[in-house]
Design a protein around this ligand. Sequence first.
Ligand SMILES: [Zn+2]
Length: 378
Amino acid sequence: MFSSSQRQILRAISESGPLSRSALMSILGVSKGAMSGLVRDLIDRGILQETVPVYGSGRPSLLLDIHPNCALTLGVSLMQDPAPVVLTDLGGTIIAQATIPLSRDPATIATSIAKAVAQLLASNLEAKERLAGIGIALSGFVDETQSHCIQSTLLGWQNVPLAEMVAAHVEVPVYIENDAKAVAVSEKLFGETREVTNFSLVSFGDGIGCAHFIDGQLYRGNHGGAGEIAHLTIEPGGLPCRCGKRGCLDTVSSMHAIREAARAEGMVCEQLDDIEVQAATGNSTAIRILHRAGSALGLAIAHIIQLNDPGQILVTHDEHAFDGLFGTVMRQAIESNVLPQQAVQTNIRTLRVDHNVWARGAAAIAAHRFLVNPAGPY
Ligand SMILES: [Zn+2]
């Protein structure tokens, strides 16, 4: 569908954000005439669009960006029950959605996904023609070809070829990805971190997830496990974790851990807001729980900063009160545990997300593969 030069253009824009023709010429090392032909074809096919003019010292230049409507992708989140299925454009805008019952049986979930896809497309022939791929986000390790779930504690899976199982029922490519990595790809492609080359995304929720972009590309590690901060040992000999170890970050700082700590003290806590309200009234137990959780998460993030020197840390969450005591203590712990120079240089941002964040992230995986690399790994 795209020539290798056109893929280079799409990769450059997806890694850097919108670019001018002259910037693309120097990246690809091609002449003005050759670039003009490559870009013209992509604009005519609705893949690229020209954005608002940018005024510099010379003539104003138009930046080239990927057109969000050039294709559609489907995303499925296996993080929730029922599992959301969303049809989106490449900008992550949801066009249609459905849910399916979550199953831990791979064959059952593959069949359910295929049925939901068929139903979503049945009433929309145009969407069927424009569908470029399907992405599935799950908790666990995924291989670099994005076809096998190597291991998922949450789903109880080992070496499950889920992408192939779903692909047997549909006519478009299917890819799977770790939940936090999928959201990081989504933010990099069309979200908050488009123009950031090096960043780490930390997702705060019932569990904690993390993913790194290094030099504009997702860093997977050797076994797909890079960024698993949830299972950093933060309290040696601490509480048992679902992974089998003790004292993991997940047992201290996740929403699940905060809820359990509050319950053990006889407090009612469903959301972070509940315990933040009690802390704000001076309840010493609530303050202690939030301090412990926030400082542990901040310490883990400080370790990421010290190891990778990212330009930005983006913390996603779905809580109203994230920037209360918990968020404040988290930021203080980051500051006091990294070198002063890095504390100043690293931009820490928080982003409130909705319950479709994982499914949209999954759709972004298929979008990224469509644009940049349909065959190989990242
Ligand atoms: Zn663990």
